[in-house]
Ligand binder design. Structure first.
Ligand code: SIN
Ligand code: FE2
Length: 221
């Protein structure tokens, strides 16, 4: 791992160049293996609109959505099989950037094809908001938008490049964020993984369940 250049924007911790190109390629191969076992799906929002990204997960819980709402599930919605394990490389990244000792139990893998984007939202389906979300970008750059704790607050945006890490924690843990658009075709990284197709991958590492394991992951939109 590189040390990366770190900046703080609206409480979001952005580490540019956290992964070397070699690490990005190795990670991509591990994600391709996950997708072969747990295929990408384009889930429906609770309002019945298909998401603009393909999704799958690794770890104990995968984030999913359909007409029943946003939630974490222990199995793939189509295969019914448990999610594959989170790659060691990502557990190491979490250990380095999350500042919590407990490992993540959820690794959401989003693939943004041409035209992919994600509306402004909060990550709030997890049991404990003291634990951050650690995001890793691969492939095409994305215009990432960051706001405050209310949707109406002013926002700012930055471009996230392949190998960048964002930590959404502390005062920004429940801050609104989203992806305006991707700069399709600017990176050739994903060409090595036909499992995804061109575009961008974003990985979010999270702790869905409470740390004592007693409470189940929060559910509902
Ligand atoms: C997300 O908020 O879940 C995705 C963020 C990103 O794609 O960078
Ligand atoms: Fe998010």
């Amino acid at each position: 791992m590189l040390s990366g250049l770190e900046e703080h924007i609206n409480g979001f911790r952005v580490i540019s160049g956290a992964l070397t190109v070699e690490e990005q390629s190795a990670l991509l191969m591990e994600l391709a293996e996950i997708v072969r076992a747990a295929p990408l799906v384009r889930p429906l929002t609770p309002w019945g609109k298909p998401m603009r990204v393909g999704m799958t997960s690794a770890g104990g819980y995968g984030w999913t959505t359909d007409r029943r709402g946003y939630r974490y599930e222990p199995a793939h919605p189509e295969t019914g099989r448990p999610w594959p394990a989170i790659p060691e490389r990502l557990l190491a990244l979490w250990a380095r950037y999350s500042d919590v000792e407990t490992p993540p139990d959820s690794c959401l893998i989003n693939h943004y094809p041409e035209g992919g984007r994600m509306g402004l939202h909060q990550d709030k389906d997890e049991a404990d908001f003291n634990i951050p979300v650690v995001s890793v970008s691969l492939g095409d750059p994305a215009v990432f938008r960051m706001g405050g704790l209310q949707r109406s607050e002013p926002t700012s945006s930055i471009t996230l490049y392949s190998g960048d890490v964002v930590v959404i924690g502390g005062d920004a843990r429940l801050a609104f964020h989203g992806v305006d658009r991707i700069k399709f075709g600017e990176s050739s990284l994903l060409a090595a993984a036909p499992e995804f197709g061109a575009g961008r991958i974003n990985i979010t590492l999270r702790r869905a369940a409470a740390i004592d394991g007693a409470a189940s992951a929060a559910s509902g939109a």
